[in-house]
Design a protein around this ligand. Sequence first.
Ligand code: CDP
Ligand code: CDP
Length: 212
Amino acid sequence: MPGTVIAIDGPAASGKSSVSKGVAEALGYTFVSSGHFYRTLAWGILRDALPLPLQATEVDAWVPTLSLELKDSRIFLDGQDATGHLSAPEVATMVSQAAAIPSIRNLVNSNLRTLANSLDLVMEGRDIGSVVFPDTPYKFYLDASPEERARRRAREGLVDSVSERDRLDSSRATAPLIIPQGADVIDTTHLTLNEVIEVVLSHLQDVTPSRS
Ligand code: CDP
Ligand code: CDP
């Protein structure tokens, strides 16, 4: 039987990964960052020096040559561990361009859906409730003011193109960032991490802790 999926979407630095990790821990579910898959492919584009600006036809020919794998919370591209590269500024700059290309999205989506065949998941991203698992009854959309989100990233000491990624992610033709139909929207601007986790868990009282 396929696992239960809790989908958590929202813009950059809205708290998706920290909140998803907390919710996954509370329920014994597996946490999955779909952004890590997109960041891995952005790293691969830089590694393989694909011509820039990216052309869909070049990317379409490249994608079938790849092997992408999540193992013990680490992510591998063609057997190389990409995990340590995912927060690099050049990856952050490339990722939203890469994520706008349909062949990249198809590759990531098929990997994400395969995980749900055998695991109970808390999965975060931009289109998890709208496109990847539209039938899950458990959907959340986290938001926070742009100023608060920029502050959160800066506090982490990361150089990140948050507002430019938001613009690209919300305006692309394929699977743009939207509030999924039926999602609970949580404005986290004035909430602590633990408060957000509590709000999400309070909406999940009918979810059974993991059997996987
Ligand atoms: O942590 P943060 O929200 O800053 O980014 P992320 O979740 O690591 O995602 C990095 C980028 O991947 C996003 O800016 C999107 O361009 C893309 N992405 C996407 O298109 N769809 C998803 N489901 C997840 C990420
Ligand atoms: O995954 P996403 O980019 O949406 O955000 P994140 O990486 O989970 O959160 C960005 C930063 O904001 C982290 O350092 C969190 O601890 C912090 N955060 C916060 O200060 N208050 C919240 N309510 C949620 C997250």
